[in-house]
Design a protein around this ligand. Structure first.
Ligand code: HEC
Ligand code: HEC
Length: 290
């Protein structure tokens, strides 16, 4: 009897070892380099994410990413760098993994933190597919050999290491959950948060400069301290989803005012995305209340 039991135990153990040793190799972890990008769809990501708005030259073509625009903030003045495909002055020597780490992790190929004036805390929510599409489109853009300029920062903020602390507190920008969100609202939220980075301007910031998600879309001071960005929660705004979609297309408010300031720049981009996506953003925003 004993012998019989031992044989069974040995047999079962043997089988287990056999199955363990011969198990199919786990599927390779999908890395960003294996995601096939589509440049046409990448153009939509580019417009929605507004990369050209910040990285074009002052008054320049938004497809020529030569940099040079200055962004004043309580932490100093940041100058957008050349991010065109020029190998010396831009990012032409990068691969998609470098690009991914910059855009979704805010880390340079040398392993240094970028400042969050580059809104990567929002882009951190971007899907692999959109990141790959964006990179595919990036390759098609003209290069510029304009040299990047240094930021103008007080000594305290010239040190990038503390940005790591900021990241643990405020990255990624996480939108409040919309109860019962359907596919359209989910799409709208993704476009608004991950690509459009709308909250970076429309949500107040904490003293440390993080997006204060508890006051989601309730309006904020502009970073240069000179102006205000409006509250766009549904009760305050009082627009329909169609009103918002129209505004993102033509710049006209329901009262036939014209969008001004930084928002005009945003609309230059959102005028190029699809009607369905504009309506999705509008639908999402009507779900946001104070
Ligand atoms: C609000 C303005 C703004 C927007 C929008 C923006 N950027 Fe930037 N970007 C910056 C600033 C400022 C820096 C410099 C950050 C630093 O030096 O730490 C930067 C840095 C970068 C870098 C690093 C360049 C280098 O030489 O190391 C890359 C790459 C980049 N941005 C790509 C993008 C992409 C892709 C998008 C759109 C998905 C985008 N940016 C949108 C402002 C912006
Ligand atoms: C760079 C900062 C910035 C970003 C990013 C931004 N906005 Fe705005 N937005 C503004 C400013 C400033 C105004 C006020 C425009 C004016 O005075 O005409 C505004 C106005 C608006 C209004 C009209 C509010 C009103 O009462 O007239 C809506 C709606 C709006 N934004 C939605 C969005 C959406 C959706 C996004 C993301 C796709 C977005 N904004 C991204 C700065 C920004």
């Amino acid at each position: 009897m004993r012998v019989f039991q031992s044989i069974i135990i040995l047999g079962v153990t043997g089988l287990a070892v056999f199955f363990w040793l011969t198990r199919p190799a786990p599927a390779p972890v999908p890395t960003i380099a294996q995601v096939q990008g589509n440049a046409v769809e990448g153009a939509e990501v580019f417009h929605m994410a507004g990369c050209g708005g910040c990285h074009r030259a002052v008054g320049g073509d938004p497809l020529v990413l030569s940099g040079g625009q200055r962004f004043a903030s309580p932490f100093g003045t940041f100058v957008a760098p050349n991010v065109s495909m020029d190998p010396d002055h831009g990012i032409g020597s990068w691969d998609i993994a470098d690009f991914d780490r910059a855009v979704r992790a805010g880390v340079s190929p040398q392993g240094r933190h970028y400042y969050p004036a580059f809104p990567y805390a929002s882009y951190a929510n971007m899907t692999d597919q959109d990141l790959a599409n964006l990179w595919a489109f990036w390759q098609t853009l003209p290069s510029s050999n304009a040299a990047s300029q240094d930021h103008d920062l007080p000594l305290l903020f010239a040190w990038r290491r503390p940005v790591g602390v900021w990241k643990t507190l405020y990255m990624p920008v996480t939108a409040p959950v919309v109860p019962g969100a359907d596919d359209v609202v989910t799409r709208g939220q993704y476009l608004t948060v991950a690509l459009g980075h709308c909250a970076e301007c429309h949500t107040p910031r904490t003293a440390l400069g993080g997006v204060d998600v508890n006051r989601w879309m309730q309006g904020a001071a502009t970073p240069d301290g000179k102006g205000k960005t409006p509250d766009i929660t549904s009760d305050t705004l009082g627009w329909t989803a169609q009103d918002i979609a129209e505004y993102l297309k033509s710049g006209f408010t329901p009262d036939y005012d014209m969008a001004g300031g930084k928002m005009a720049e945003v609309i230059e981009n959102t005028s190029k995305i699809s009607d369905a996506d504009r309506l999705a953003i509008g639908t999402y925003l009507t779900q946001i209340s104070r």
